[in-house]
Design a protein around this ligand. Structure first.
Ligand code: HEM
Length: 292
């Protein structure tokens, strides 16, 4: 039982043609196992989250009741991308598990929507949003170490509250970039193999071997996305993450949730009254939280 399916080209060369489709079930079962282990761990073993220090009452009083988290543009992008992603997953994998329909046209249309929305997101995030907020920083790495030490029962100070995104979300975003970009780049080339409205069909663009590798990478990224999207939806539905999910619908999270999990020094928001922000970008962060 191999992980790839092979064929013989007209020139007698053995070439991969795509992944073996049982990998769909491997990914779905891996995703399901992750959810079950995580849910059991949270239900029976997880301790109360502890963070270093307390937000000073002076700062807390200046946080608005609704803390803005996602702009309308960012939310629209998220839901368009989600619709495209689900369409891609269902159109790609349902026919492989026995639900036959004419899937290719729906698939490349959804693929084109995803490609355009990701191009838009890259420009939007690079020039109009806080680009660095989604990449791990030094405090994340230090706190990851502290959290691991505390998890295994060793002495370590509690971690700081999170910036806009916890480390787990940042790592997840990295995995989605890897799988998403792999499926997009290969998918755009694969559109040369089928009839679309964008360019004339040209199956001779690459050698059989290169096409084969491209289909394999597309398939691997695709099955990887099955597990990744399952995890994403699971976390979005978990009760303790509901405030974050709601913010992707309404655009804001409550002051209580913000103060419980986030550090105003690492993720500054506009103050509710007057025009003074809790901290302007790049200004001195000290004094916003009481050490302790
Ligand atoms: C969630 C993301 C995606 C998943 C899960 C996915 C999955 C798949 C799978 C499993 C196949 C069958 C490949 C094979 O037979 O080996 C396929 C084919 C295809 N995909 Fe995707 N894909 C995704 C994204 C995209 C994107 C973004 C595009 C275009 C930009 C795209 C364009 C295509 C095309 C044109 C084919 C048909 C190739 C053919 O029949 O020769 N896909 N996709």
């Amino acid at each position: 039982m191999g992980f790839l399916e092979w064929a013989t080209s007209p020139w007698g060369q053995r070439v991969p043609i795509h992944i073996a489709w049982f990998l769909i079930w491997v990914a779905a079962i891996a995703g399901l196992l992750f959810l079950m282990v995580h849910a059991t761990y949270v239900r029976y073993f997880v301790k109360h989250k502890e963070f270093a220090g307390n937000v000073s009452p002076l700062i807390a009083a200046r946080i608005p009741a609704h803390v803005p988290r996602h702009s309308l543009t960012a939310r629209l992008f998220h839901w368009i991308m989600a619709a495209a992603m689900f369409t891609l997953l269902f159109t790609a994998f349902l026919p492989k598990v026995g639900v036959q329909f004419d899937w290719v046209t729906y698939h490349w249309i959804a693929g084109s929507v995803l490609t355009v929305s990701i191009l838009f997101h890259i420009i939007h995030a690079s020039f109009f949003m806080d680009f660095w907020s989604i990449w791990p920083d030094r405090i994340d790495m230090r706190d990851a170490r502290r959290r691991i030490l505390r998890f295994v029962g060793k002495a370590a100070p509690p971690p700081d509250r999170f910036a806009k995104y916890p480390l787990e979300n940042k790592l997840y975003h990295g995995a989605i970039i890897a799988a998403g970009l792999s499926s997009i780049v290969t998918g755009v080339f694969m559109m040369f193999r089928v009839r679309t409205i964008f360019f004339p069909r040209n199956p001779y663009l690459f050698s059989d071997m290169t096409w084969g590798m491209m289909y394999v990478l597309h398939g691997l990224a695709g099955v990887g996305l099955i597990a990744l999207i399952m995890m994403h939806v699971y976390f979005g539905l978990r009760p303790e993450k509901r405030a974050i999910t709601k913010s992707m619908i309404f655009g804001w999270m409550s002051r209580d949730f913000y103060l419980k999990e986030h550090d105003p020094a690492r993720w500054p928001v506009e103050a509710s009254s007057s025009s003074s922000p809790t901290r302007s970008q790049g200004a001195e962060p000290e004094g916003l939280t009481d050490a302790g």
